[in-house]
Design a binder for this molecule. Structure first.
Ligand code: NAP
Length: 257
């Protein structure tokens, strides 16, 4: 991790004030980070700009992670504006609504491709784009968000479970690649939280209720719970941690049945 001042973080995946990425951006801003936020499309830009103003984020930039040109432009701009970067937060996932219901076996090639491309390959693409800027800072931290559906079957999570498994494998391979440059890569495996993306999973409410009733802590987690670990991973407090999938789930993942 760099000791350059100011520390700089790129935070992707803010759709609205319920987004996990928004809690992370606030936590990093409170820790003194200078922030760049990204958005996809005009509608989200209108939502993200006022949020950026709330936390004094100086840069608000477009980036659809399905577009190599957008990713290249993002890092060109960050290079021109900042020249280096300490932290990248990847808080992005997408699958077609019809692939988040019913039977996994019905997922077609395009649904599979889209979910894996947007939710897993995007980490690799952002890491590659950010690499020279993180290196210029003397090292850094890349943080992504995953879910226990990568390892165990949750009703309707379907293709997203497969995408999260790929994402977690990407974390390990990227950590091995980038470790020699002092760049750490980790995933936070969050318990269910009511957000815009989560609303796309059929019967998500049942998952939320189950988690709140059954988790050892007898509650669900908040975006702020997740952001607290993200802050740790972003700073020198997390300097010995890389290649890991760390749960923030009120203990839910330790249960057998
Ligand atoms: P969210 O607020 O809906 O955030 C998801 C973000 O992904 C949105 O900003 C969305 O933008 C963005 N995104 C989707 N496709 C994109 C693309 N092609 N390019 C750039 N951005 C794109 O939901 P969230 O729950 O905070 O999700 C953040 C991350 O946490 C995801 O990886 C999710 O799987 C993970 N997670 C969530 C939970 C949960 O229960 N909520 C639990 C564990 C892990 P658009 O709105 O424009 O699509």
């Amino acid at each position: 991790m760099s000791d350059s001042t100011p520390r700089r973080a790129l935070v992707t995946g803010i759709a609205n004030e319920r987004s996990i990425a928004w809690a992370i951006a606030r936590a990093l801003a409170a820790d003194g980070f200078e922030l760049a936020l990204t958005f996809v499309g005009d509608a989200l830009e209108r939502r993200v700009r006022p949020l950026a103003a709330e936390i004094g984020a100086g840069l608000v930039l477009p980036c659809d992670v399905n577009s190599d040109a957008d990713i290249a432009q993002l890092f060109t701009t960050l290079g021109e504006e900042w020249g280096n970067l300490d932290v990248v937060v990847h808080s992005i996932a997408f699958a077609r609504r019809e692939d988040l219901m019913g039977r996994f076996i019905d997922t077609d090639r395009e649904g599979f491709r889209l979910a894996l491309d947007t939710s897993a390959y995007s980490l690799l693409a952002l890491a590659r784009g950010a690499h020279p800027l993180l290196k210029a800072a003397g090292g850094g931290s890349i943080i992504t968000l995953t879910f226990e559906g990568s390892r165990r079957v949750f009703p309707n999570y379907n293709i997203m479970g497969v995408a999260k498994a790929a994402l977690e494998a990407c974390v390990r391979y990227l950590a091995a690649d980038l470790g020699p440059d002092g760049i750490r890569v980790n995933a936070i495996s969050a318990g269910p939280i009511k957000t815009l993306s989560a609303a796309g999973i059929r019967n998500f409410r049942d998952m939320l209720r189950f988690a709140g009733e059954r988790a050892p802590l007898r509650r669900t987690v908040s975006p702020e719970d997740v952001a607290a670990l993200a802050r740790l991973l972003a700073t020198t407090d997390g300097s010995g941690i890389t290649g890991q999938v760390l749960p923030v789930d009120a203990g839910l993942s330790i249960l057998g049945i």
